[in-house]
Design a protein around this ligand. Sequence first.
Ligand SMILES: [Zn+2]
Length: 540
Amino acid sequence: MLISGMLLASGNLSAQVKSALLDPVDMAGNLEEALTFQKYATYPQYVDMMRYFVDSYPGTCRLDTFGTSEQGRLLLALKISDNAAEEEAEPRFLYTATMHGNELVGYPLMLRLIHYLLSNYGTDSEVTALVNNLAIWINPLSNPDATFYPDNDQSVALSIRQTSNGTDLNRDFPRVVDGDPDDTTGRARETRMMMEFLRENRFTMSANIHSGAEVVNYPWDYTLDRHADDSWFRFVSREYADEARAVDPGYMALFTDGISNGADWYIIHGSRQDYVTWYLGGREVTLELAEEYRMNSELLDWHWQINARSLLNYMAQCMYGITGTVTDRETGKVLTDPGTGEPVSALISIPGHDSTYSMVRTTTAFGDYYRPVEAGAFDLVASAPGYLNDTVHGVETDWYTTTRVDFQLERERKSGTGAELALEGTRIWPNPFRNAFYIDPGTGGPGSTGTGGPGSTGTGGPGSTGTGGPGSTGTGGPGSTGTREMIVEIHTLTGVTVYGEIHDRDAGTIGISPGNLPPGLYLLRLSTPDGSRVFRIVKY
Ligand SMILES: [Zn+2]
C-alpha cells in the first residue's frame, strides 16, 4: 500500500510538472501583448496576428487558410518568401506545430519565428538569404479545437491532446506498415486538410513540433529499418540538438546526442513524419521541444532563446544538396507528355543509394528539383515518361553546399532505336503475382544476358547471372552515357508512384518485391538510358 501510494504520489507530481495549471495571467490581454511573445495568444488574437503579419509585410508574406477544424476554427499557414504572392523555382519548407493540442510550446514559438523572419528581412543577412532562397511556410496551430478545448477561444488552460472528437492526429495518417494508399477517406477533418495541403505543396523539408520530451526524432517511426538518407537525417538532427545544447547544456538530455530514430525510441504507426517522408518523398523530423505539455508562459522566452538558432539552421539545410532543372532538349522548356502535351515531372534518382521513397521529382511548373543529401559523390539519373534517361556521374556534394546539376532530356523515339531492342523480349513473371515477381530482360538488344527463363535461376539469386562486365556495353542509342541502370517503377492507374528501384539491367533476372500494395492493376515502367517500356501487372 505504501509503495503504491508513493507511486501514485510521484505520478501525480510528474503529471503536475508536465501539465502546469495555467491561469488567465498566461494569456495575452490583447494583440499588442500577444506580439511580445511572452504570453499565449487567444484564438482571436492568433487569427488577428496572422492577418497583422500580412498587412504589415504584404510583399513577403501570404496567408493561406488550408481548411477548417471540426468546430470551424481556421487552419492557417503563412507563406514567407521574397515574392510571396508568386510561385518561384525554389525549395519549399514547412514548420507546423501543436498537432497535439496541449503540446503548447510550438504555437507561440512559431508565431515568434514568423515575426523574427519578417522583421529582420532586408537587414539581417541570414534571414534575408532564407527568405530570398526558400518558400517558407509556417502553420503555428494545426489542431486548434484541442488547444482551445472545450470550445473556449480565450484560454489554452484546458487544452487536450486529441481532436475534439478524440482522434490522435499523429496516428491518423496513412500507415506504411499496412500498405495504406495515400487516401484521406475516413480520417479526421484536420488530417484530411493537412494531407491535401502537404500534397499540394510537396515540401522539400519540414518539421512538426511537439512537447512532452526534449529530442529531435527522425524517421522512421514505424520500423527499425533505416532511411536511405539516414546519415543526412542524423546530421541535421544533431545540428539542431547541438546548437540548442550550446545555449542550455541541460536541454535535450533524454538521449546522449539529443536525437533519436523514431522507432528506436518507440514505434508508432500513422505518424505525420512517416507520411510526409514515405508517401510524399519529403524529409520531415519531429521536434520535441519541452518536457512540459502546458508550459507556464514565463518559460516561453527561454524556449525561444534555446531554439531560435537551431530553427534557423534547420531551415537553411533546405538550401543545400543537389539542385537543378530537367528540361526538354529540343524545346528548352519543362518536359511534356507526348500524348497530351501536359507538363510531366522527372524522377531524380541516385543508383545504389536511393529507395522508392527517397527519390525526388521535379515540379511541373519549372522543372526544378531539390535533393538534400549527405557529403559524398553520387551518380544522378533523370528519367521521365516519353524521354530517354540521362545520367550524370560522380556529382560531388558537401555539407552546407549547393551543387547544381541540370539535365536536358531527349525525346524517346518510337521505333528502331537500340532501346526498343534492349527491352525486346522482356518477360514479367508470374503475372498476376502475389508478393513478388521477376523481370527477365530477354534475349534482344545490346548487353542482353537472357540465358534462361523461369526456373533457371535455382543456383543463384536474381543478379547472379550477369555475364557482361562493367564497361562492356556503351553501345546504346542517342543520349546513352554507357551506364547500365534500369529503373523499375510501379505506378497506380492514377499515376501515383508506389515503387521505384534501380537495377543493373545486365545482371540477369531481377526479383521485385513491391511490398504492401493493395491488390489491383498497376503499370510497371522499365527505363534504361536508351528508352522505356510499360507493362500492365496485376497483384492479387
Ligand atoms: Zn506530440
